[in-house]
Design a protein around this ligand. Sequence first.
Ligand code: ADP
Ligand code: MG
Length: 263
Amino acid sequence: MAKIIAFANQKGGVGKTTSTINLAASLAATERNVLVIDLDPQGNATMASGVDKYALKNSIYDLLVEDNSIEDVLIQNTAGKYDLVGANGDLTAAEIKLMDSFAREMKLKNALEPVKDIYDFILIDCPPSLNLLTINAMAASNSVIIPMQCEYFALEGLTALLDTINKLTSVLNSNLVIEGLLRTMFDPRNKLANEVSQQLKSHFGSKVFRTIIPRNVRLAESPSHGLPAIFYDKYSNGAKAYLALAGELLRKYDSLDQTVING
Ligand code: ADP
Ligand code: MG
C-alpha cells in the first residue's frame, strides 16, 4: 500500500514544491511507482513536471469538486517518471465550493482510495496556507514532511503548523505522523543558518532529516525546463541531495518493515 506524504508549511517559498517533485523523481529513479498530487492553485509542481497547467484537460479540481474518478484526472509518466494529478487556477474556487460539501475534509482521501495499491508513494504538494486543501492533504496522508529554510522566522510558523497537525490527529486522522523536518536552501557559510539548524536538531532530534538540501542554482533553474533536477543536471548538488533524501526515507521504511517482520 502507498505511503502517502504531504509536503506542508504555510510559509511560501520554503521549498515544498521543489522537494515534492525532486523527491518524487528520485524515488521513481529507484523503481518505485510514484504519484504526485499538485494541491496548489499556483500549479508549480505541474509545470515543473513538464505539464502545461493551462492545457490541463482534467485537474485536481475535477477530482475534488466535480467528483471525477482519479483515473480520469491522472497524467501518466511525466518528465519526472512519476504520474501526476495537475493543478491550476481553477483550484482557487475549489476551497469555496468544498465548504458546503459532505465530508469536505475527506475528499482527497476518498478520491485516492482506488489507486492506493498501485503506488509505492503518493506525494502531495500543499499550498502555502493551512486551509481546507492542506487539511484534505493531511487527512489523506500517513505523514507530513515539513520543508523549511533555516532562518530567523522559520521556527515562528512551525508552532501553528504543529498545532494543526496535532488537532488533525485527534479529530480526522489519528495515524498522521511527522515524517520529518527538511532543511532546504541551506548555505553552510551562513552563521544564522547553522544556528537555526542546531536549534532544530536539539528541539526535534531524530525528526530532522539527516539529509540537508543545499542552496543550488540547478534546483532553481530546472522547473523552467519542466524537469526535476536529476533529469536536468544529475551531477548537481541539488539532484544528489534529493537522491540522498530518497535513500534516507527508503532505508527508514525498510528498517521499519524489518521490525514488523521480526515482531
Ligand atoms: P514553495 O513550494 O514552498 O513555495 P518552492 O519549492 O517553489 O517553494 O521554492 C521557492 C523558490 O526557491 C523557487 O523559485 C525554487 O526554484 C527555489 N528553490 C527551492 N529550493 C531551492 C534550493 N535548494 N536552492 C535554490 N533554489 C531553490
Ligand atoms: Mg509551492
